[in-house]
Design a protein around this ligand. Structure first.
Ligand code: NAP
Ligand code: ZN
Ligand code: ZN
Length: 348
């Protein structure tokens, strides 16, 4: 099947128009015509080879929403014209313990990423900065027509990556929960933690984001550079979700956890983190990580958002403005997720 989109060809050059082929749909595949695709900081890390695993040409994008234009003969969940979403993964082994428990990101064979990955047949995968995508229906989500479609796109990565750990560590009524970094992931974490009924403290390095954080549901906002303001919260949090994309001092947040509290890092800075042993030993604290979320949980999150009217706060952009969007994301200057309007992709 013919596809076209924008690709990176090395870690320095800007993304440019790119024609490529996708597999013809198999019996279980759906073809989704992409309407919108979010820009995740992971796209930037990978395009710039900050994780050291870049394979070019790379068509990024894993916050994909659109309409089904074709279904294979065995497809049950979708028909032509349905709304559909694709997230960070497009396949997994389906038979390991973790896949059977719908914990597909932790597939023991290794899940297949939506882009910058090789599928089990060895073909390079291409993501959502493109006109269409072919995916097995098991890895495609149903999307409610109730919500603004463009603002749903970021739920497919930023949404599930924050929803999953907040659910796992039971952020809710009676819990004091911190969210670090008010970016694409952070603003969704804040919305979910607030919606689940927790007392939420937003940590930010940006004084200009205080009012927004309050509007998004923060009970308190702390400027993380203010040592005095940080010290007031020492030993008081049940759970802190760290959504920062750059190297920073995690010990400062570990110290804020109460007995048995957990700091979960979903951010993926390119350099190793440095942890002071005393920061975790006090209060028997835990440091953890979390990777997107399983298929069932992602659908649960999308349904929860439709029921509660939760979407991402977005700035719609066009495919020819990727370089500008990337620069602004890196500066923390986006409110709070860029979404590419795929109608701006040249027809061919
Ligand atoms: P983003 O939109 O750029 O947000 C990151 C936020 O971190 C910024 O808005 C900023 O918030 C804060 N920040 C930036 N530089 C900082 C610094 N030097 N020190 C302290 N704070 C800083 O990024 P994102 O798309 O939300 O992604 C966040 C991270 O999660 C990335 O590393 C991404 O690769 C990773 N990720 C992981 C998963 C997973 O499965 N675990 C999934 C998706 C993304 P303030 O202005 O409020 O300080
Ligand atoms: Zn992502
Ligand atoms: Zn598996």
């Amino acid at each position: 099947m013919k596809s076209h989109g924008y690709a990176a060809h090395d870690k320095k050059a800007p993304l440019v128009p790119f024609r490529f082929e996708r597999r013809d749909p198999r019996p279980n595949d759906v073809v989704v015509e992409i309407a919108y695709c979010g820009i995740c900081h992971s796209d930037i890390h990978q395009v710039r080879d900050e994780w050291g695993n870049a394979t070019y040409p790379m068509v990024p994008g894993h916050e994909i929403v659109g309409r089904v234009t074709k279904v294979g003969t065995a497809v049950r969940k979708f028909k032509e014209g349905d709304l559909a979403g694709v997230g960070v993964m497009v396949d997994s082994c389906r038979v390991c313990e973790n896949c059977k428990a719908s914990m597909e990101p932790y597939c023991t064979k290794g899940m297949v990423g939506t882009y910058n990955a090789h599928d089990y047949a060895g073909e390079l995968t291409f993501g959502g900065y493109s006109n269409n995508i072919v995916v097995d229906e098991r890895y495609v989500f149903t999307i409610s027509p109730k919500l603004n479609l463009a603002a749903v796109a970021p739920l497919l990565c930023a949404g599930i990556t924050t929803y999953s750990p907040l659910r796992h560590w039971k952020a809710g009524k009676g819990k004091k929960v911190g969210v670090v970094g008010l970016g694409g992931l952070g603003h969704m974490g804040l919305k979910f933690a607030h919606s689940f009924g927790a007392h939420v403290v937003q940590f930010t390095t940006s004084e200009s984001k205080i009012a927004d954080a309050q509007k998004l549901g923060a009970d308190e906002v702390v400027i993380s550079k203010d040592a005095g303001a940080m010290a007031k919260h020492a030993g008081s949090f049940d759970f802190i979700l760290d959504c920062v994309a750059a190297p920073h001092d995690m010990n400062a947040y570990l110290k804020l956890l109460r007995l048995n509290g957990t700091l979960c890092s979903v951010g993926l800075p390119e350099t190793p983190l440095s942890i002071a042993p005393f920061a975790i030993l006090g209060n028997r604290r835990s440091l953890s990580g979390s990777m997107i979320g399983g298929m069932n949980e992602t659908q649960e999150m999308l349904d929860y958002c439709a029921e509660h009217g939760i979407v991402s706060d977005i700035e719609l952009t066009s495919i020819d403005k990727l370089a500008e969007a990337y620069e602004r994301v890196v500066k923390g200057d986006v409110k709070y997720r860029f979404v590419i309007d795929m109608a701006t992709l040249p027809k061919d």
